[in-house]
Design a protein around this ligand. Structure first.
Ligand SMILES: *Cc1c(COP(=O)(O)O)cnc(C)c1O
Length: 391
C-alpha cells in the first residue's frame, strides 16, 4: 500500500503566476501599491460583468466591508443561509448586527427564497419606513444569500422581495466564482457581491478577496474603508474608522494569472463532476449533487449525500474508510444556528440543513486531479458505501 495521498481541493498554478511574481520582485512593487492590484480588479469586474471591483485581503474582509457599505448598522438583523462556511455570520457580527438563519431547499441546498419571503411577510412589520422583526424589535436591513459549493442560489425572488422592503442584498459568491444564474455570472446579481481567493477556492491568490458592484459610490466607499479611511491625499486626516484590508501586489499578480485560467478551470471542474456522476449512477445509497435548469454550477466542492441513520454514523464510517485509503473527504458544515456563538440567534423554520450536514460528504475535486486518481476515489467510495450499508 504505497498509494499517494489525494487531497480534497488544492491550488493549481499552471499559468503566468511565476512570471508576474518575478515582475513584482524585479520592479520592487511587492506591497499594497502596484499595477497588478488594479489589473486584477479590472479583470474581475470584466469577468463578473460589474462596473467596479475592489480587492481585499480575504473573502471575510470583503463581506465585512460590503455589509458596512450596504448600510448595515449595529443592532440590525441580516438574513443569511444556515448551511454555509461560518464566515458570513461572523462578518455580520463584526458590524455588531445579528444574523437570522434561513433554511435551504432540499433540491439544490441553497437559501430558500420562499421561506425568506415568508419570514419578511409574516414575521416582520413596517414601522415608520423601516422593516422590523416582530419578535426581536430589531430592524432588518440586508440579506446575504450564499451560493454554496459552486451552485447559485435562486436569487431573483430574493432580490424582488428585498426591493419591496428596501433591504440590500449581498451575494456571498466566495464559493461560486464562474457559476451562472439564468446565463448571468454570479457576483452581478444583487447590490454587492463578495469573492474569496483562499487556497481551496477555484482560483487562489494564496489568500484574498474581492467586492463587486455596479454602484460607484459603494465601490469608492469600499476602497476607502479597506485603506484605513484616509480622507486627505497628503495628510493623515480621517473621518471614519477604517481597516487595513488591502491585497498586496504580489497576491494580485498571482490572482491575475489565475484569472487567465478561470474559464478553463470551470470546465475542468464540470468535467470532474460529470465523471463522478457517471461513476456513481445507480449506486444505491448515494444521492448526486444537482444542477438546476437555470444554473451553471462550477461544482467547486463535489459533494454527495449518503444514506444514513439519524446519527451520521454511516457518513462518518465512509469518511474514515476514505481516510484509511489516503483519500481526503470532508463533511458539510454543521448548521450555523447550532454553533455556540449563534445558538441565541433566531433561526427561521429550519427543516433541511441538519439533514444535509448529517449526510453530506465532499470528495477530492482539485483542478489538477488526474483521471486515474479520480477512478481510485470513485472505487473507494463505492466500496465504503456498500460496506457501510451492509447490515
Ligand atoms: C471561503 C468562504 C468565505 C471567505 O473566505 P476567506 O477565507 O476569508 O477568503 C466566505 N464565505 C464562504 C461561504 C466561504 O466558503
Amino acid at each position: 500500500m504505497s498509494e499517494t495521498f489525494i487531497p480534497l481541493c488544492v491550488p493549481e498554478l499552471r499559468g503566468n503566476e511565476l512570471k508576474y511574481l518575478t515582475q513584482c520582485v524585479d520592479t520592487n512593487w511587492v506591497s499594497y501599491v502596484g499595477a497588478f492590484v488594479s489589473d486584477f480588479e479590472q479583470s474581475m469586474a470584466r469577468f463578473v460583468g460589474t462596473k467596479h471591483a475592489v480587492a481585499t485581503n480575504s473573502g471575510t474582509a470583503a463581506l465585512h466591508i460590503a455589509l458596512l457599505v450596504a448600510g448595515v448598522e449595529p443592532d440590525d438583523e441580516v438574513l443569511v443561509s444556515d448551511l454555509t462556511f461560518i464566515a458570513p455570520a461572523n462578518a455580520i457580527r463584526y458590524c455588531n448586527a445579528y444574523p437570522v438563519f434561513m433554511d435551504v431547499t432540499p433540491d439544490y441546498w441553497q437559501m430558500d427564497a420562499g421561506k425568506v419571503a415568508e419570514f419578511l411577510e409574516r414575521e416582520c412589520r413596517v414601522e415608520s419606513g423601516r422593516l422590523v422583526n416582530r419578535t426581536s424589535g430589531r430592524r432588518v436591513s440586508a440579506i446575504v444569500p450564499v451560493h454554496i459549493l459552486g451552485h447559485p442560489v435562486d436569487i431573483e425572488p430574493i432580490v424582488t422581495v428585498a426591493r419591496r422592503y428596501g433591504l440590500r442584498v449581498i451575494e456571498d459568491a466566495t464559493e461560486a466564482l464562474g457559476a451562472e444564474y439564468h446565463g448571468r455570472p454570479v457576483g452581478s446579481l444583487a447590490d454587492l457581491a463578495c469573492f474569496s481567493y483562499n487556497g481551496n477556492k477555484i482560483i487562489t491568490t494564496g489568500g484574498g478577496g474581492m467586492i463587486t458592484t455596479d454602484n460607484e459610490a459603494w465601490a469608492t466607499r469600499a476602497k476607502y474603508l479597506t485603506t484605513q479611511a484616509r480622507d486627505h491625499g497628503e495628510e493623515y486626516i480621517h473621518e471614519s474608522v477604517g481597516y487595513n484590508y488591502r491585497l498586496t501586489n504580489l497576491q494580485a499578480a498571482v490572482g491575475l494569472a489565475q484569472m487567465e485560467l478561470l474559464p478553463e478551470y470551470v470546465e475542468i471542474k464540470r468535467g470532474i463532476a460529470a465523471r463522478y456522476a457517471e461513476a456513481f449512477a445507480g449506486v444505491p445509497g448515494i444521492t448526486l449533487p444537482g444542477e438546476a435548469p437555470w444554473a451553471k454550477s462550477t461544482f467547486w466542492l463535489y459533494t454527495l449525500l449518503v444514506e444514513d441513520s439519524t446519527d451520521a454514523s454511516a457518513r462518518r464510517a465512509i469518511n474514515d474508510a476514505l481516510t484509511r485509503a489516503k483519500i481526503q473527504a470532508r463533511p458539510l458544515w454543521a448548521p450555523i444556528h447550532e454553533q455556540r456563538p449563534y445558538r441565541d440567534c433566531q433561526a427561521y423554520r429550519i427543516e433541511v440543513t441538519h439533514d444535509l450536514y448529517r449526510r453530506g460528504l465532499s470528495l477530492p475535486c482539485s483542478v489538477g486531479l488526474s483521471e486515474t486518481d479520480q477512478r481510485r476515489v470513485a472505487a473507494a467510495v463505492r466500496q465504503a458505501v456498500s460496506v457501510a450499508h451492509t447490515p
